[in-house]
Design a binder for this molecule. Structure first.
Ligand SMILES: [Zn+2]
Length: 216
């Protein structure tokens, strides 16, 4: 470890600081180590990691140069996938302002950022966690599918800037055609479609098309 300022872990909870359980603390240490390793591997500046439940209903965020993860995610089986996704936003410089001038433009631009972050998170799991590519893809898929099931069951909402998770899954798997042998049969994988249908699912991000494209 260098003598540089190490990652800052801040507990933010309504009502003040609380201590973590030993299991949560271990999770927090592992998240911090993963962010540290990312900085080393990608030769980027270390970023602060905020742990707390200040962002309701969202497992993690990357905003204003800060990566936040909720306490409950520290012990989630999808923790590394969430961390990889948020760190991918960091690597892709997704903190910069959206370029569009209309709210609809922002939504679409953010949707593309989320798709890029999903794909980049596969690379992060490979390079930072040492996973083989197919396993990394499968893990990001499993995470998105779990989110999709929550959305279908109305136990989670689709955060602003995201497409329905089933669409995000289809787009992600489409970027890894070398695994179609096993990925094509997965839930939410895109079906073969003619050229006239290409883009049909990608254009609509208004409320109506969003509702229609919800899986299930
Ligand atoms: Zn994201």
């Amino acid at each position: 470890m260098s003598g540089l300022i190490s990652l800052l872990v801040v507990m933010i909870l309504v009502g003040g600081c609380v201590s973590l359980t030993p299991t949560e603390q271990r999770g927090a240490d592992e998240v911090r180590a993963m962010a540290d390793e990312l900085a080393r591997v990608y030769k980027v500046r270390r970023i602060a990691v905020l742990i707390g439940d200040n962002v309701e209903g969202v497992g993690g965020t990357y905003r204003h140069g800060l990566f936040t993860i909720t306490t409950s995610m520290l012990t989630s089986r999808y923790r590394d996938e969430i961390v990889a996704h948020e760190l991918a936003h960091y690597l892709l410089d997704h903190d910069r302002p959206l370029a569009g001038t209309l709210a609809l433009d922002w939504q679409r631009e953010q949707e593309l950022r989320e798709l890029d972050a999903n794909a980049k998170s596969v690379e992060v799991l490979i390079r930072v966690r040492g996973l083989p590519e197919d396993e990394a893809l499968r893990r990001v898929y499993d995470y998105l599918l779990a989110w999709n099931r929550l959305v279908v069951a109305r136990r989670a909402v689709i955060p602003w800037g995201h497409r329905p998770p089933c669409e995000e899954i289809g787009e992600l798997l489409g970027r890894f055609p070398q695994y179609r042998g096993w990925s094509a049969a997965l839930e939410c994988a895109r079906r073969e479609r003619g050229p006239d249908q290409v883009g049909k699912s990608g254009g609509g991000s208004d409320g109506a098309s969003r509702a229609n494209s919800l899986p299930g």
